[in-house]
Design a binder for this molecule. Sequence first.
Ligand code: F0G
Length: 547
Amino acid sequence: MMTDITDFFIDEFRKKIGSADDAPRFYRPRPYRNAAVRFRKCSIEDFETRRDILVREAGLNVFLFRADMIPGCDLLSDSGTTTMTMEQWAAMMLGDEAYGSNEGYFELKDQIAETFGPDWVETGTASGGFSESLFLFHQGRAAENAFFTILARELREMPAPTPVLSGGLLPELRERIEARASALPGRKRSIDDSMFIIPSNSHFDTTQGNIEDKRMIPLNLPCREHLEGREDFPFRGNMDLDELENLLSTQKERVPLVYLTITNNTGGGQPVSMENILGIRRITKRHGVPFFFDACRFAENAWFIKRGEKEYAKKSIGEIVHAMFACVDGFHISLKKDGLVNMGGALVIRRGGAFYEKFPGIREGLTDYQIMAEGHPTYGGLPGRDLKAVAEGLRTIVRPDYLDARILQVRGFGARLSEIGIPVIKPVGGHAVYIDLDRFFGDGAVDGDFKGISFAALMLIAGHRVCELGVYAFGSYDGVRENPPVPRVNCIRAAVPRLAYEDRDLSSMVEAAGVLAEHRDRIPAVKVEYGRELSMRHFKSRFAFRK
Ligand code: F0G
């Protein structure tokens, strides 16, 4: 039988679009189209104006540069920068601004049960009153602040751990813990002051700041493959399980809980495997230590598990998310990332889980904190309409077509930077591309030069915003010496906002970065004019190019 001629064309069209696995295929359309656009106030050609604003107003600090004067890609953050969907805007119009127990709160509880698993929150008719497990906040760090404040209060009520690190701790870990203890901002302290340790694959800077503020030690345990820069290893966000085992078997009285950041923003935006999550679950369970996620980019992490671990290839993203969250006793999340909204955060603690068992007073403490600082627990610092947008965002974020387009866009962007000779951390993660400054500059830079700050400043003059997450952002200055971060991190991050940019926008950023790569020996050092010794200094400092 003769095939219909249209079959021939269908085959040809199919070959052209390739498979969704192929990195940058420009002829595969996005699974959405623009429903509203924002025209720029300025032109890409206004180089001198940008230089003026950058030098005079912003002191070369990209955080202080006015966003409306950026004509290219604003890749400062993927946080709160999402373009919302029509469904989210429509849901917002139906927002209920009641002071107590607004409609959006109940919708969100139902959606949390659907997205993360039915055990997490009370739903249906049994859901009257406010939740035992869901604490809403206006953003992620507010949830962190509440959590560590109340946790520190609970810990003070418990017997203090012995004042010295017990034997059997790996020398490398002991060194890392002691270095962190002596780098705590403010009054110098040592580990002898019975401080608590909170391990993670890598803490984000605000999480680190909140933990340190409570005189606890944030300890990063990134996996070997990550530290060795293994580009063939798909799960460089993993935690080092041997180090975790060693820490818990020797110091567990100092460890109130173990954290895992999915995906690992500080390490390179890279995912954590289900195998690693299950390994951490086994270790923490054996030692009776609760296990939490910093879950900002949970859906992106699930996408990588589906692609990278055979046992999960046939599972839906929703099923993988349930399997991931079945392993933890709680999580906090900035909904500004995989909540697909511009503002929002939450802390969720498993009812009947190990954390509540260990710290029974925490629920009342958190509820009181919310009432004092954020608002009634049923809105937690957010308008009722925003809760509806979050519920809708959580539905969209696990769509496979959305996640394919999202992550392949980011990876394609990384591939293009790499093609023109810019060293990026590989494999590229889910939300951002990290340019490796140590490899970019080679021997041409020393830590106190902060050429990463100059890189970001010159990119702004070109019309695109990226930021340094490296020896300036994560290092510290003790008045005499710079202390670079241990383990070392030294990158420029280009974070891609969700549903906001087209590939051609990102390509124009690649072109500009290519100019810096070509003339990297001419990129100047900077001098820090203000803020070198401050905590979280990258948000506040001012710089000038050195002549
Ligand atoms: N945890 C992680 C892993 C994060 O990436 C962030 C924010 C937070 C916690 C804090 O959440 O911003 O809602 O208070 N990351 C943004 C970024 C700011 O650009 O990576 P938040």
